[in-house]
Design a protein around this ligand. Structure first.
Ligand code: R5P
Length: 304
């Protein structure tokens, strides 16, 4: 595979790209970049990318910078003659703006999908994208991988919980939490969360729990933690039922506005996320999952 496949390490995902290149025994191409004082990025891809290029760049904050950098590197690869250009974007920015929630809003995800295609991306891999609607805006082959089994494996091996209960902070995450609970052979329930679309404030509805969680460990599972408000509000509600330890697990730890501190202050014992975003909580490595998918694309002769 070496010489046939180049893994381009985007500035936001150098560590993950290095791990994926090593799993695939592929060449790793570091990227030279510079951020000017006005915030613009200059990218220099001086090494030839070759015919088959895999760019790894997660689009977490600073979102627009990371997104534009991804587009620049993909365009350069395409202009340099790469025929197969696979973008690996573990955290897909703008996937929460997948529809016009309030009249007049721009459906940002539709534009982001078009941009990836415009610069010559031929395939895209992402992980636990916020909603299937986001995927519908792409016309290229997009594979949405699930990190649920990796997160569940981590919980089983490292948290040593007894008789745990899995909680989804909202109905949108119910299927994800159900799958996670199935692997853990744990009980599961869903809270009812509402977000004020104008102020973005989060409310968790006070509800009578059908399950007694007193003295039991609770794992709150979400696709992402951004401001931490969803986890904080869920924790504040659950804590009234006297659980033992509360853990927060997610695929994407966006973590803005002091989210980790707020979550810990609310009573969460530990936050665990994947390395889709390099954060202190990133204890679950996605490289085997991503590499397996790339290897299967190669094997199916999708990349030649
Ligand atoms: C929303 O539906 C998502 O699944 C997450 O619950 C949400 O994006 C987390 O955001 P925050 O941490 O700002 O509450």
């Amino acid at each position: 595979m070496r010489r046939e496949i180049s893994v381009v390490a985007g500035p936001s995902s150098v560590d993950l790209a290095t791990k994926v290149a090593s799993c695939l025994d592929a060449d790793l191409l570091p990227v030279d970049f510079r951020i000017f004082k006005d915030g613009e990025t200059k990218i220099n891809m001086s090494k030839p990318v070759g015919k088959n290029c895999i760019l790894i760049q997660s689009t977490y904050p600073p979102t627009d910078r990371h997104l534009l950098q991804a587009l620049m590197m993909l365009k350069k690869s395409s202009d340099s003659g790469s025929a197969n250009i696979l973008a690996v974007v573990p955290y897909m920015a703008y996937s929460r703006q997948d529809r016009e929630f309030l009249e007049g809003e721009v459906v940002s995800m539709a534009i982001v999908a078009r941009l990836f295609e415009c610069v010559g991306t031929t395939r895209l891999i992402t992980v636990d994208i916020h909603s299937p609607t986001s995927l519908s805006y792409f016309s290229i082959d997009v594979r949405n991988l699930s990190a649920i089994s990796l997160l569940a494996k981590y919980a089983i091996t490292n948290l040593k919980t007894s008789h745990p209960v899995v909680v989804s902070p909202d109905k949108g995450g119910a299927n994800r939490a159900m799958e996670f609970a199935r692997i853990l052979q744990a009980d599961m329930f869903t809270l009812s969360k509402r977000r004020d679309m104008r102020t973005t404030e989060v409310f968790v509805e006070k509800q009578k729990l059908n399950l007694d969680i007193a003295g039991r460990d609770v794992i709150i599972l979400d696709d992402m933690i951004s401001t931490g408000e969803s986890i904080v509000k869920a924790t504040e509600f659950l804590i009234e039922a006297n659980p033992n330890n509360i853990y927060a697990m997610c695929t994407h730890a966006v973590m803005i506005d002091g989210a980790p501190e707020k979550i810990e202050a609310a009573g969460v014992k530990e936050i665990i996320s994947t390395n889709s975003i390099p954060r202190a909580s990133a204890k679950v490595d996605l490289s085997p999952l991503i590499s397996r998918e790339i290897a299967s694309i190669i094997e199916q002769a999708a990349i030649r």
